[in-house]
Design a protein around this ligand. Structure first.
Ligand SMILES: [Zn+2]
Length: 439
């Protein structure tokens, strides 16, 4: 994605002029805070800036006054999100809250290989009250090797006590010249032939969001290397089959954060999209009820289909009065995914009578290790494991309880078994096997 590929990698490259001047200058001269709060709407460069701060703090070669080198191991791993001392927490997903709870313990540990341990907490306003309290206690007495970078689209939902502990930077929305600058950088990088008037039109369409500008450019570049004003004006987002299939797969996994991330990444024509999805789900509903005879496109159960259709129908009706085009759809999807998630937990509890006996020999800590260590191999595999449970060890075989058939299918793929067994071997320090049990 252009937005990721052409993230500014130095302070000089930051597109937001105010941020470049204020935050950038103080960073270059090594005036660091122990906590930053980055405020701004989506796609305005908060995450980019957060990673840049982390690089300035930890770059192996940088001297005061210099930019980060972007070549050392630390710079590289921060840029691709794998640095062990830069911990990114998404407060909007459930895991964020748990992470914050044991944050107070974890921050005491020294960084593994860098000068600073950097915690980037995205959408920090989504934290629960108890998580806020844990965070506040840490912010009040931060260890000297820890720097917090909090980012939010909604600063009004943040407790004053948290804000007052941070150095606050307001990103506002990208100005037209700033977005033009960012779009030009990507166009140059991709060796595209884009007219000045076309770039300006893209920047206008992006409406203050760097991310949207990159997305529009990417969409145009997929068709042609030469982009003219007329191409930009003709651009109408479409719903493709691949779009739909990706989305259905995400729906089945019921991970609200992933679903929303996907929707945000698509620049969807919302009305047409809801129509398409509703048609498919309705068809599946009829198939499930035996009214129509065909192969369903999803594995969703009748009740799930009914609930989802109701919510999409409501979202569709709300499209006319909404302030953000995609909002009713997102609200519907979050509501749906979350009710399903609750049910899933209940099912698991019934299936496992006593957790202490059930996970004998392979406790929570090892399980979390397994989830974490699987991630670098395959993100979606780790996500599927997350909704499964360790049942126990039988000799050198770990038995894992799985709730859904499509999860079982995924986990049983030989390449996935290989990954899991390899990771298990690392954790247990002996050759291990894995066996799945459908719950
Ligand atoms: Zn470096």
């Amino acid at each position: 994605m252009f937005y990721r590929k052409y993230r500014p990698q130095t302070i000089a490259e930051l597109d937001n002029e105010r941020i470049r001047e204020s935050l950038g200058k103080s960073l270059l001269s090594n005036k660091f805070s122990s906590a930053y709060l980055l405020v701004g709407s989506r796609g305005t460069g908060k995450t980019t800036t957060a990673r840049l701060i982390a690089k300035v703090l930890n770059c192996d070669r940088r001297k005061s006054g210099d930019e980060p080198c972007n070549e050392c191991e630390t710079c590289k791993t921060i840029a691709n999100g794998t640095n062990l001392d830069v911990i990114e927490i998404d407060a909007a997903s459930n895991t964020g809250v748990d992470d914050i709870r044991d944050l107070r313990e974890k921050v005491k540990l020294a960084p593994s290989s860098s000068k600073y341990k950097v915690y980037i907490i995205d959408e920090v306003h989504m934290l629960s009250t108890s998580a806020f309290n844990a965070l506040l206690k840490t912010l009040e007495e931060p260890p000297s090797h820890v720097v917090f970078i909090l980012a939010t689209t909604d600063p009004h939902k943040l407790p004053e006590t948290i804000k007052s502990r941070c150095q606050v930077f307001d990103f506002g929305r990208g100005s037209l010249p700033e977005i033009v600058r960012a779009t030009e950088r990507a166009a140059r990088g991709e060796k595209l032939d884009v007219g000045k008037d076309a770039i300006l039109e893209i920047a206008k369409m992006a409406d203050g969001s760097f991310r949207d500008a990159h997305k529009i450019l990417e969409q145009l570049a997929a068709k042609n290397n030469k982009i003219e004003l007329i191409d930009v004006k003709d651009l109408k987002p479409t719903v493709s089959v691949k779009n739909i299939n990706d989305f259905l797969a995400l729906l089945e996994n019921r991970d609200s954060a992933k679903i929303i991330d996907w929707v945000e990444g698509q620049n969807l024509p919302v009305k047409e999209f809801i129509e398409e999805i509703a048609k498919i789900l309705h068809e599946d509903l009829l198939i499930n009820m035996g009214v129509t005879d065909a192969k369903p496109k999803t594995q969703l159960k009748t009740l799930d289909l009914k609930n989802l259709l109701e919510k999409l129908d409501k979202a569709y009706k709300e499209l006319r009065g909404t302030v953000i085009a995609v909002l009713p759809l997102e609200v519907a999807l979050i509501e749906w995914a979350q009710t399903e998630e609750t049910k899933k937990v209940e099912v698991k509890k019934e299936a496992l009578p006593s957790p202490s006996v059930a996970t004998e020999g392979f406790g929570e800590a090892r399980w979390s290790q397994l989830l974490e260590k699987t991630k670098p191999y395959n993100h979606s595999l780790s996500a599927v494991l997350r909704s499964a449970k360790p049942i126990g060890l039988s000799g050198k075989t770990l038995m894992i309880g799985v709730n859904y058939k499509f999860h079982l299918d995924k986990l049983s793929e030989s390449k996935n078994i290989e990954i899991i067994e390899k990771v298990l071997e690392e954790i247990m320090d002996t050759e291990m096997r894995v066996k799945y049990i459908k719950q």
